[in-house]
Design a protein around this ligand. Structure first.
Ligand code: GLC
Length: 428
């Protein structure tokens, strides 16, 4: 589905109304907003697979309070690319059956520019002062808020506390700890693999490659958010941490097929000493089926000379322009920002709250001692490029990073190719 330049292609293939939106600045969302503006009724909330088991609580709480406006939860796959393609197809078909949709931070610009989700202004205005600024910014396009921040995401280093007491702060230290060349850890029993993140060719690879590049002082795009600046020595140092991992063996070969779930499964089975993943992994790794429950902890991501920086992840909820019950949709957006839902998402699914105050709530900090680490990860996170042509941009990053990880091209060549491919994807 995700060919280079799919965003412009989508515009060309779509109906007149969507065409107008593609050429514009999101203004058509204003007209679409009028459809079903004051109407209430049953709604469908479309969201990624509920790995964390939090959706039943959300549905129960909402439905108890809104017997005439019940929500049906439609779960997609647990894979970011498939979720996006599902939403694109339903939006192109103007499906009124998708009322409220989960919007990954990197989809906000495309959905807004095409008029698929409505701006949250005027009668749809949403209070955001209590929310983490990074989450609000990530749901904003051309100065307008388009979605309600729901769960943030910052990358974290999961490490085995039975193997090392001191998590590495640098990449070198991480490699040395795996080699057993450190005094901070005593590896006993069968030695697990060293490190993995998400290196299959999909959105997660863009996240991981960008993190490595950013940590080394490189950047994917310049300050305007679209002009590629990835063909640099710093970016090469960053990407080399991953490329050398596969060459030297501190990243297992199987990790070339890892998305979030597979890396989590490997760590949970005791096969890795270190793993990069999002906060949701904590709840699952602490569960009864986990071999590493009670044997792991969470630290900031390492970098070349001190802590690295995460790519900003997370999701917001948008109101589909084609929904017939937008008054209900808006109330549902407000409901997901509530203390009750945000707290339960953390308690049950270890999702990163978007409400700032929860990060200093004494009971929560006691239960999740890594909350300050998570907050720092989010606050220092680097956004991925913000552009309606993001599908083409991420394709450019993934494809070329993957070729380098596989050893098909040199790191330098991969970055030169990436630079050219991003340029052509954003040319419009
Ligand atoms: C997580 C992040 C999201 C990212 C995705 C990549 O779901 O929240 O922003 O795009 O992982 O797989």
């Amino acid at each position: 589905m995700r060919k280079k330049g799919i965003a412009p292609a989508v515009c060309l293939l779509s109906t007149v109304a969507v065409l107008a939106a593609c050429g514009g600045n999101g203004g058509s969302g204003d007209d679409a907003a009028k459809q079903g503006a004051n109407a209430r009724g049953p709604i469908t909330f479309v969201t990624g697979k509920d790995n964390s088991g939090i959706m039943p609580y959300i549905a129960d709480q909402w439905n108890k309070a809104h017997p005439n406006e019940k929500v049906t939860i439609k779960q997609q796959s647990d894979q970011a690319d498939q979720q996006l393609s599902d939403l694109q197809q339903h939006f192109q078909a103007k499906d009124p059956g998708y009322d409220v949709v989960t919007v990954d931070v990197v989809w906000s610009a495309e959905f807004a520019a095409k008029g698929w989700i409505i701006p949250l202004e005027g009668q749809y205005a949403l209070e955001t002062s209590q929310l983490l600024p990074a989450t609000v910014k990530a749901a904003t396009y051309n100065g307008k808020l388009y979605a309600a921040p729901y769960a943030s995401d910052g990358g974290l280093l999961y490490y085995r506390t039975d193997l090392t007491k001191t998590p590495p702060t640098t990449w070198d230290d991480l490699i040395k700890q795996c080699d057993g060349k450190t005094t901070s850890g005593t590896i006993t029993g069968p030695k697990p693999g060293c490190y993995a993140g998400q290196f299959a060719k999909y959105e997660g690879l863009t996240v991981n490659a960008a993190e490595a590049i950013n940590a080394a002082g490189g950047q994917i795009v310049g300050p305007d958010g679209v002009t590629p600046q990835v063909d640099s020595a710093q970016a090469a140092t960053g990407l080399d941490f991953l490329v050398n991992g596969f060459k030297q063996g501190y990243i297992p070969k199987q990790a070339l097929g890892f998305q979030e779930t597979q890396s989590l499964n490997a760590f949970q089975a005791g096969q890795l000493m270190f793993m990069r993943n999002w906060p949701y992994a904590d709840a699952i790794l602490s569960g009864k089926d986990s071999k590493v429950a009670g044997k792991f902890a969470i630290a900031p991501l390492p970098g070349p000379s001190g802590h690295g920086a995460s790519s900003l992840g997370g999701h917001s909820l948008g109101i589909s322009a084609y929904s017939k019950y937008k008054a209900t949709d808006l109330d549902f957006l407000k409901f997901i920002e509530s203390d009750d839902i945000q707290r339960n998402d953390l308690n049950q699914g270890t999702l990163a709250p978007v409400v700032t105050a929860l990060y200093s709530d004494p009971a929560l900090v006691k239960k999740f001692p890594y909350l300050p680490t998570l907050l720092a990860s989010i606050q220092t996170a680097v956004p991925r490029p913000v552009t309606p042509y993001y599908p083409g941009v991420t394709e450019a990053i993934e494809t070329n990073a993957y070729a380098a990880l596989q050893g098909q091209v040199s790191t330098k060549q991969a970055l030169t190719n990436m630079q050219a491919a991003i340029k052509s994807a954003t040319a419009g």
